[in-house]
Design a protein around this ligand. Structure first.
Ligand code: ADP
Length: 260
């Protein structure tokens, strides 16, 4: 039987005056690929932060890989949780190569003061191979396209050998081709490495092929969760985004056709 990898019970998170999560409960099983969608400000990023130990709960409980997240053990946990965010602006003069940046992911496992050995470099090179970036391993990190940069971020995360893969809109600001390629890469890595994946995205069109389950967030709450076939429908999206049904149908005609 699959084990529970993430268990969130009634999580409340607030930043000064904003309540970002208003009592969220979610259980994710080992090997699941879960997509998280919802309007800006609905709490998606905050949901990821309480899973990787960076968020602060006002109340509720979070257990990841069998350990409570809120009370200590955060460093140990973070080693097992890989995180890929949106494309960053990197200074083109940044004096680090692609291969060195991927090794940064390894330092989380090694500790800052231990020199990487042969095995660590082998793990880094294998990660670069897997994301298709071996040929650019020695290029300065600031000299890459957005899509290549995301491949490097994914490799950096893999060099950590995580069990849990968190992605926060990794395809935002990429062109359509790069978006598709990154999504396929994430899915392939999820399968090959037997990861558990939580994927925040705006790419509604790609979701049904990728996810086992979708979580729809709105105003700090889980608005609905279930199979993408059922929930990525014009009706539920129009309610999620507060848009007239006709607008959703127009923008996503094939989603409309697939509705139950
Ligand atoms: P999403 O990822 O869905 O866009 P977020 O989790 O980033 O949503 O944000 C949820 C709410 O919390 C928003 O109202 C946002 O303004 C607020 N928020 C997020 N991060 C911070 C922060 N560091 N400080 C203050 N408010 C924040």
């Amino acid at each position: 039987m699959a084990e529970t990898v993430i268990q969130i019970e009634n999580a409340v998170v607030s930043y000064r005056e904003d309540v970002a999560l208003r009592g969220v409960s979610l259980r994710v099983m080992s090997g699941e690929f879960v997509g998280v969608i919802g309007p800006n400000g609905s709490g998606k990023t905050t949901l990821l932060t309480i899973v990787n130990g960076l968020g602060k709960l006002v109340s509720g409980r979070v257990t990841v890989l069998g350990k409570p997240v809120a009370n200590g053990g955060r460093h140990e946990l973070r080693k097992q949780v890989g995180y890929v965010a949106q494309v960053d602006n990197i200074d083109p003069r940044m004096p680090m190569s692609v291969r060195e940046v991927v090794m940064v992911g390894r330092y989380g496992v090694l500790g800052l003061f231990k020199r990487p050995g042969k095995r660590d470099w082998a793990i880094v090179d294998e990660a670069l191979e897997l994301v298709g970036m071996s040929h650019l391993a020695n290029r300065p990190i600031g000299h890459l396209s957005g899509g290549e940069q995301q491949r490097v971020s994914i490799a950096r995360c893999l060099s950590q050998e995580p069990k849990l893969f968190l992605l926060d809109e990794p395809t935002a600001s990429l062109d359509w081709k790069a978006q598709t390629e990154i999504l396929e890469l994430v899915k392939r890595i999820h399968d090959e490495r037997h990861l558990t994946t939580l994927f925040v995205t705006h790419d509604l069109d790609a979701l049904p092929h990728t996810c086992d389950r979708v979580v729809l967030m709105k105003e700090g709450l889980i608005f609905a969760e279930g199979s993408p076939d059922k929930l990525i429908s014009a009706e539920s999206l129009s309610r999620l985004y507060d848009l007239p049904l006709s607008v959703v149908e127009e923008r996503h005609p094939h989603i409309h056709k697939r509705k139950a």
